[in-house]
Design a protein around this ligand. Structure first.
Ligand code: AHR
Length: 514
């Protein structure tokens, strides 16, 4: 009994000490040369995978679900509200199996395709180039097309560019016109293959660098996009040799961007549940997510060696949390729920991208609808937005704003003897002079106090919104779609230009100063 009481006393003491952690001072480093946070960092990804396209975005124009040319109106509205800047399509692994000519022309004459990577389902190609590019126009989003290098030809990709971008008379522009579109779409962003080290062809970095040079050579700009951004299929997470080889072997004038893919995953063989996860699994997910800081820093250092003027963009064209599929769903469809864990993951990752805006110019969350860390989930006629959606929306204020560099020593979130930074932050000033500071408390148990001396930023009055939940495992369901939504946050003080904020555990905050 005595032992038990002693243990209880020690536990209470530890909890009290950690609950009274010191305030973290976040220093503002005003820097007129700070970069603009490219809005494309807030990009999305739509692959032919599971219910992302078919049964997600695209229901067909004969569906009873309200749609525009077959694309759900509720999704169009939600993504416009999100200010979606760009959308990557058609994959992913699917891209290196996709032959775009099978997806143009009369829908009833299009050949089928078996989706070999994702569930082995047969698709009818009813959603193709016109459907995607017209949808991007509706969304006001820049399309980012991933070309087929793995099983495609140089001619096929060169033709795709001519088909979408050429304004004059040519075989491909004539075909486009015959298929109902007179004006070219002027697609700027082009991926040359996807995961060339894996599903895109299992190539070595040296071999791929040569393939890239060959494919890129025949992708003409057709002089109307202001310069194609040709993007190399990037490294798998910490494969720094991949980035080094591409930067060394591809002439910089052929290279608009280099990709990087990194998923927050506990263990590829045991990814853990989407909703019924433990604190240990939460910690490990966040540890993997926060590795993005190291990855971006190290890939950027390699790029700096070859491109000190930072002309080549780092494009993190796949990121997000990856868990075991929801029980009872097709394992090849990668459908998972989206909890408060995902909101924290998104907030912390986007802060990393913002803070590296000098090099990271685009990123694509995987994926937009019904797949992995989706911002939108659908169930027949129903559609809901996820906690990740709300974070992306709160953070959209950073799009095209000027980064305000900050510096602080993050307190630690410790679990089972391992520690990760508990607080993540980034800040920017937009064209109207509004200041935005986004803060994340990653810690699952403890609140964290921060102090920010904002006097030098000019803004006098601050308001804030927060996204949090009673449990990390909470999520928005089709029955309760607004369980997790942003709310006004008032528990902070502005003491003559010094903001004192207590951030609740597992929450994401955005402050706005005018
Ligand atoms: O996003 C799911 C898959 O993950 C993509 O198709 C592939 O590029 C990556 O391995």
């Amino acid at each position: 009994m005595k032992k038990k009481l002693l243990l209880l006393f020690v536990t209470i003491c530890i909890q009290t000490i950690s609950a009274q952690k010191e305030s973290v001072a976040i220093a503002i480093k005003n820097d007129p040369a700070a970069p603009i946070i490219n809005k494309n960092i807030y990009g999305h990804f739509a692959e032919h995978l599971g219910r992302c396209i078919y049964g997600g975005f695209f229901v067909g124009d004969t569906s009873k679900i309200p749609n525009t040319n077959g694309v759900r109106n509720d999704i169009i509205k939600a993504l416009k509200d999100l200010k979606i800047p760009n959308l990557r399509w058609p994959g992913g692994c699917f891209a290196d199996t996709y032959h775009w000519k099978d997806g143009v022309g009369p829908q009833n004459q299009r050949p089928t395709i078996v989706n070999q990577w994702w569930g082995g389902v047969t698709e009818d190609n009813s959603f193709g180039t016109h459907d995607f590019l017209n949808m991007c126009e509706l969304l006001g989003a820049e399309p980012y097309l991933s070309g087929n290098v793995g099983s495609g030809t140089v001619q096929e990709l060169a033709d795709w560019v001519q088909y979408t971008n050429f304004g004059g008379k040519s075989p491909m522009s004539d075909l486009r016109k015959k298929n109902g579109r007179t004006e070219p779409w002027k697609v700027k962003y082009w991926g040359i293959g996807n995961e060339a080290w894996g599903c895109g062809g299992n190539m070595t970095a040296d071999y791929y660098a040569n393939e890239y040079r060959k494919f890129a050579t025949f992708m003409s700009d057709w002089s109307n996009t202001g310069g194609l951004t040709r993007i190399a299929s990037g490294a798998n997470s910490s494969d720094y040799n991949w980035t080094e080889t591409l930067m060394k072997n591809i002439p910089l004038n052929m290279l608009g961007g280099v990709g990087v893919h990194h998923y927050a995953v506990i263990d590829w063989n045991n990814k853990g549940a989407d909703v019924a996860f433990t604190e240990k699994e939460y910690f490990l997910t966040m540890q993997s997510a926060l590795k993005m800081e190291e990855l971006v820093t190290k890939h950027a250092a390699i790029m700096d060696k070859y491109d000190p003027e930072k002309k080549v963009a780092m494009i993190v064209d796949e990121w997000g949390g990856w868990y075991d599929v929801q029980k009872g769903t097709n394992p090849g469809f990668l459908y998972q729920q989206n909890t408060m864990r995902d909101a924290v993951l998104a907030g912390a990752t986007l802060n990393i991208f913002n803070n590296h805006a000098d090099r990271v110019k685009m990123a694509n969350l995987a994926q937009c609808v019904n797949v992995l860390q989706a911002v939108i989930l659908t169930d027949k006629a129903k559609m809901i937005t996820t906690p990740t959606y709300h974070v992306m929306k709160m953070y959209s204020v950073h799009q095209d704003a000027k980064l305000i560099p900050i510096e602080f020593k993050a307190p630690l979130y410790t679990f089972n003897g391992q520690s990760i930074p508990a607080v993540s932050a980034s800040a920017s000033k937009d064209a109207n002079g509004l200041v935005h500071i986004s803060l994340v408390n990653v810690d699952a148990i403890n609140k964290n106090k921060v102090e920010i001396d904002v006097a030098s930023l000019g803004a006098k009055n601050y308001t804030a919104s927060i996204i949090t939940a009673s449990k990390l495992q909470d999520y928005n369901s089709f029955e309760n779609p607004n369980k997790i939504v942003p709310a006004a946050f008032k528990s902070f003080e502005n003491k003559k230009g010094k903001l004192e904020i207590t951030i609740p555990p597992f929450s994401v905050l955005v402050l706005e100063g005018k």
